[in-house]
Design a protein around this ligand. Structure first.
Ligand code: AVJ
Length: 327
């Protein structure tokens, strides 16, 4: 096997900075104020998210780890039953802690594939480059740094096999349900018959368990949210004072929407370069959605997006599901 070097395919940093500024200013001058959670992941944000994954309250990691470490063979056999020769494309690979199990077992079973981890974070792709060859010397891979669809197309251009697309870690939860459906439809449009999607859903459960996962005692999730303000200060020359904001997570068991806000503790102004943002006392900034689904919700989404739901792999508590969808 050849180990391909990881080369970033993201846009030039200057363009990224402009888009970031435009998105932030549009979000904070709109009503209600909002920021996009995709911007959480700078170097500090990546680290904080890794800390979140270790928190006792953040059950998601353990659930998916249990599925991927305990049912890898079943997952591989289900994949092989529904496709031919394939390459693996992972959207939002992160540190690939969980995918590792799948990669190792695929290699052990002598499956010939290339792994294309895609991530928005340059740091994440860089660190994957460091540890993947050390941990899995036989793995053929190519990291792609950028937005999901652009990179999915890039992976498509590099692969002549069927694609098994992974969207793990409940990343789909960061979309509103209607957007999640559009997102799945857009993935579906990029796929051919015989391609597969393995997609992770955090399932609806005891609402207290869910709320706690986003309201940890140590305040790591709070720091994760506030870090975006720090990033805006540093990269866009803003003057946010973190002490002026409080973190407020919510969960609505009816809709399954877990949403987090930062709210201003006093009326004040913040400057982002030349732009002045007025905050009212108690004014919320909508930061993130982490949508929860029932298995039926997930299945309906598969069908509505033009996929065939094939198998759902669940942890022993039934808190999380990795669903295999066919085209
Ligand atoms: C990476 C989107 C799966 O929503 O659970 C964790 C991000 N935000 N704690 C999630 C997150 C706050 C996470 N996902």
């Amino acid at each position: 096997f050849t180990i391909l070097p990881v080369r970033g395919l993201s846009k030039a940093p200057a363009t990224d900075r402009t888009t970031f500024r435009e998105d932030v200013i549009r979000g904070l001058t709109g009503t209600p104020k909002r920021l996009d959670s995709k911007y959480f992941y700078d170097a500090v944000g990546d680290k904080l998210f890794q800390d979140i994954m270790q928190l006792p309250e953040y059950y998601l990691t353990g659930c998916e780890l249990e599925i991927l470490s305990g049912q890898t063979r079943e997952i591989i056999h289900a994949i092989q039953a529904h496709t031919g020769d394939f390459d693996l494309v992972e959207l939002g690979a992160g540190d690939a802690t969980k995918t590792r199990f799948l990669l190792r077992d695929l290699l052990d079973e002598g499956v010939d594939f290339t792994y294309f981890p895609i991530d928005i974070s340059t740091n994440v792709i860089r660190s994957l480059e460091e540890y993947l060859p050390a941990e899995l010397p036989a793995l053929r891979y190519k990291g792609l740094n950028g937005e999901y669809f652009e990179m999915l197309r890039a992976a498509g251009a590099l692969s002549r096999k069927h694609k098994v697309v992974l969207l793990m870690g409940a990343n789909i939860g960061n979309f509103h349900p209607a957007e999640a459906l559009q997102f799945c439809q857009a993935i579906r449009e990029q796929l051919q018959p015989g391609d597969l999607l393995l997609i992770g859903f955090d399932l609806k459960k005891d609402p207290r368990v869910i709320l706690e996962a986003y309201n940890d005692r140590q305040g790591v999730t709070k720091a994760f949210n506030l870090n975006l303000l720090t990033r805006i200060n540093r990269e866009l020359g803003a003057d946010f004072h973190l002490d002026d904001f409080e973190h407020f997570p919510t969960y609505d068991p009816l809709s399954g929407s877990c949403k987090s806000y930062l709210f201003s503790k006093r009326a004040h102004q913040v400057h982002i370069g030349k732009t002045v943002i007025d905050f009212e006392d108690n004014e919320p900034v909508y930061m993130e959605i982490s949508q929860k689904y029932s298995l039926q919700d997930a299945e309906q989404m598969a069908l509505a997006a033009g996929f065939k739901p094939l198998v759902a792999f669940q942890d022993s508590r039934g808190w999380f599901a990795d669903c295999l969808w066919g085209v």
